[in-house]
Write a protein that binds this ligand. Structure first.
Ligand code: HEM
Length: 337
């Protein structure tokens, strides 16, 4: 049920885009006004959230530690999993962003014959890695639609990605991988009872939007064969703020564009913001030097403390009668009398 509303929402967007191309006014609205507004919401929303996170005070040093902390010289520290310097934290962050190391440690707990069994679960790591990397390749390849002349690295990437040519047009490896990864990530939300329980409608919305974008992209390339040159002309116009809308824009392209615009506008309000948030997470971007350096919370209110020595001094007589050992026989005279 939680997946039904987002599915209907995506289908409604598809229907809107398909019908929107029928009249010129609605075509301009969908092809110009909507993408520009979505871009503005994306940029302003993204910056707003990042700036708010950046301004949030971090009074405590709370890095996640997953290995031996740096301590005595003869104890080998885990410099990546428990970095004690800024450079170490940078290395850990880089590997986290590029390889999702924390997901690699993902565990699965399940009950087997009334016993709790913990096991490794690398599929989520593999699925997430495959999805993010293939999406990046697809987005970089799309630069050919927005830049003239096309940068060499974009042409090279497209050639490399399409090198397993099994017909025309070439099937891109990134397309195959992104479809497989998205199907796995979506199926995982339905299949696993635990993941299904914690999933919210918005989790499905992001997945359905992405599936819609990828499917419409593939339909454009392999089924409906859109006029890519005309679309490039249109996209270049959008990029330099001189939009001109050809009346020949195919409905499938409008569907692709409207789904992309929806995703972009939704992005800053969604969990997809982990893309920016990961860099600002104090559990990841701080070095763990809590033993070698004393970090004092600058907002600490001057609190009246009651030390053990003071407590011992206060109850000295009673402690003596009870024959309890005193830490400092003379403390009372020296420090407090
Ligand atoms: C989140 C952003 C986007 C994603 C994930 C995405 C995804 C895809 C995918 C998977 C394909 C299939 C073929 C390929 O991989 O090249 C495709 C094709 C295509 N996309 Fe996108 N797309 C995005 C944004 C856009 C935008 C903003 C435009 C244009 C304004 C666009 C225009 C096209 C066109 C024209 C094709 C057909 C290319 C061809 O036939 O070679 N896409 N898209």
């Amino acid at each position: 049920m939680k997946a039904l509303t987002p599915l209907l929402a995506v289908l409604a967007i598809v229907a809107l885009a398909a019908l929107g191309g029928l009249a010129h006014a609605s075509l301009v609205l969908l092809a110009v006004f909507v993408p520009y507004s979505a871009c503005a919401v994306f940029l302003i929303g993204f910056c707003y959230r990042v700036v708010r996170w950046a301004w949030a005070p971090v009074p405590f040093r709370i890095p996640t530690t997953c290995g031996q902390q740096k301590s005595l010289p003869w104890i080998k520290p885990a410099s990546l999993d428990n970095p004690s310097t800024g450079w170490g934290a940078f290395r850990r962050m880089t590997l986290e962003v590029l390889l999702f190391r924390s997901l690699f440690r993902n565990n699965r707990a399940r009950l087997h014959d009334q016993r709790l069994v913990l096991g490794e679960d690398r599929y989520l790591w593999l699925g997430a890695l495959a999805f993010h990397w293939s999406l990046l390749v697809i987005l970089l390849r799309h630069l050919r639609l927005f830049l003239q002349p096309v940068p060499v690295f974009v042409s090279l990437l497209s050639r490399l990605d399409g090198s397993f040519q099994v017909g025309t047009p070439a099937v891109y490896v990134s397309d195959v991988v992104v479809v497989g990864a998205l199907v796995y990530l979506t199926a995982r939300r339905f299949r696993s009872p635990q993941v299904r329980y914690i999933s919210l409608p918005f989790d499905y919305l992001a997945l359905f939007l992405l599936l819609g974008i990828v499917i419409s992209g593939l339909l454009m390339r392999f089924v409906f064969r859109v006029d890519v040159a005309a679309i490039k002309q249109f996209a270049l116009g959008l990029a330099v703020f001189h939009p001109s809308v050809p009346s020949t824009l195919a409905p499938i392209f409008l569907i692709h564009l409207l789904l992309v615009s929806t995703l972009a506008a939704y992005f800053p309000f969604s969990t997809l913001m982990h893309m920016g948030g990961v860099f600002l997470s104090p559990t990841r971007n701080l070095a763990n030097n809590n033993r070698s350096q004393r970090h004092v919370n600058p907002w600490n209110h001057p609190v009246k403390t009651h030390s053990y020595a003071e407590w011992e001094h206060e109850f000295r007589d009673k402690l003596k009668i009870a024959k309890l050992p005193l830490e400092n026989e003379d403390a009372g005279k020296i420090a407090f009398d």
